[in-house]
Design a protein around this ligand. Structure first.
Ligand code: ADE
Length: 249
């Protein structure tokens, strides 16, 4: 998978390939990440990449020409027809389904904006899709680009140690993940759920599914609404809620 990242702060984004799953993927050649700085595509002495907004108001706006020249340089350097993705709070909200679709692309060009935003003419003419990582404002799109790179990389075949891991992630089935425990069995007063110790794999699978359903019901009604539950799921959830109500009272 190739990522071309257009950013004024390549050294910030480069941390992605320095450690963890993404670092290992880069090391093994699953990831090919290149950085492009719009400042290198300016023509004036001050290497200007931004200017004041027409109509007045606070902040600065990223200029069209350095970005457009930078993007042309990326295109000239590769035959891969990567989609151009701009990260901004105005984009559609990133979901696991979107990340999944990204992971099937041969490459992505990620544009991290800074300042008050990017001149809309660049976005309308040169950008294929605009995505946001959440309803809050970051100082720039770099962290969002890193989020996309990380989430996509863990779906690439061979990126994770266990081939199963990504299929069991939160959201893989539209559910939050179940709780996890590791040794020791007892930490002070805190024990682990007995079912996890009894070696009954069907019972463990049922318990995990029940926890995932229960947590999604409690914490994420928006996700829960989109689920199509089987009769068995409904029974598991009912049981979870009954147990919960018992311990509450
Ligand atoms: N740039 C600034 N805030 C952002 C957000 N929430 N998502 C994506 N890019 C951003």
């Amino acid at each position: 998978m190739r990522f071309d990242v257009i950013t004024l702060f390549p050294e910030l984004v480069a941390a992605v390939t320095e450690s963890g799953v993404t670092g290992r993927a880069a090391e093994h050649g699953l990831l090919d990440v290149r950085y492009w700085n719009p400042r290198d595509y300016t023509t004036d002495r001050h290497r200007t990449v931004d200017d004041r907004p027409y109509g007045g108001g606070p902040g600065m706006v990223m200029k069209v020409e350095p970005l457009r020249r930078c993007l042309s340089a990326v295109r000239e350097q590769t035959d891969i027809r990567s989609k151009v993705i701009c990260l901004s709070p105005q984009g559609r909200l990133l979901t696991q389904a979107a990340v999944d679709a990204f992971s099937r692309e041969p490459g992505l060009i990620l544009i991290a904006g800074r300042y008050e935003g990017i001149d809309e003419r660049f976005i309308s003419a040169d950008v294929d899709e605009e995505w946001s990582i959440g309803d809050y404002v970051l100082s720039g799109g770099e962290l969002a680009a890193m989020v996309v790179m990380d989430a996509v990389t863990r779906l690439l075949p061979g990126a994770l140690g266990h081939s199963e891991s990504a299929t069991q992630d939160s959201f893989a089935e539209g559910l939050l993940d179940c709780p996890h425990y590791t040794r020791p069995e007892q930490v002070g007063e805190q024990a682990i759920p007995k079912v996890l110790l009894q070696g009954d794999h069907a019972a463990i699978a049922r318990w995990r599914r029940q926890q995932a359903l229960g947590r999604t019901w409690e914490r994420r009604p928006d996700l829960f609404k989109a689920l199509a539950l089987s009769d068995q799921d409904n029974a598991l959830l009912q049981n979870y809620l009954n147990e919960r109500d018992k311990t509450d009272s």
